[in-house]
Ligand binder design. Sequence first.
Ligand code: KIV
Length: 297
Amino acid sequence: MAMNVQDFQKMKDEGRKISMITCYDYSSARAVADSNIDCILVGDSLAMTMHGYPTTLSATTAMMALHTAAVARGAPAKFIIADLPFLSYRKGLKDAMDSVHELMSAGAHAVKLEGVRGHAEIVRHIVDSGVPVMGHLGLTPQSVHVLGGMKVQARTNAALKVLTSQARELEDAGCFAIVLECVPAQGARKITDLIKIPTIGIGAGIHVSGQVLVYQDMLGLNPGFKPKFLRVYASAFEVIRTALNAYDRDVKSGAFPSESESYHDPESVDRRVTKRTGHGADNGRGARITLASEMNQ
Ligand code: KIV
């Protein structure tokens, strides 16, 4: 594994930024595995990005475990943090530990949970059980209905004071890092300077220990979604739509498949064409490529 839980503190102490990306499925995980990104968050935002729900409240432990397992198969060398979903850590210790067990068995190396009020003891118990816990403060989407929407948090001194004491509480409970979501940059800086453990920001400015973005958002797979904090690094939605339309055109015009993309009876004279133009058998990119090479026979 490229990174372990100790490296988070080490990177903050050495002034090296931590890069984190959300990821929810096997094929995306393979791309992340092949990148320099430090760690993966299987966020409960998957309820929205992968399942089309309006909030993260619809994520369940079973859903989180299924996606975590797929990500773990695609990126076996990356440090994977999985979100404990809505209410899973608010129904008592046994339920919380059952959820933690399920996510860790699915391949997570740590879990993340939102807030601290009323569950600091559960955080401590999870950590004491040998499971690293990442906290999440500021805009906590599982509390969207209490917050009155997806709003920037801690905009007053009083609110920042509360947030700071919550960060301290999470640190005392044994968290190895804290996500700060949608917090003014000056506040996030204060918290990052005050606590020892690293902070990972999303909409929290530059003075944090690392950054996290949602995979679909930063790749431009979520057109129309452009909050102030988001930098879009690609136009993947457009790339995919263009490819789909090219395929549609080729099917309808008869340009696909070509001779070289068709199988031939071994006795047929056409076999020579296949042999001449058949694809290379091995370009070394995983099980599906091996399968493809078998399908080239
Ligand atoms: O669920 C998620 O994707 C998250 C990140 C936005 C931090 O919690």
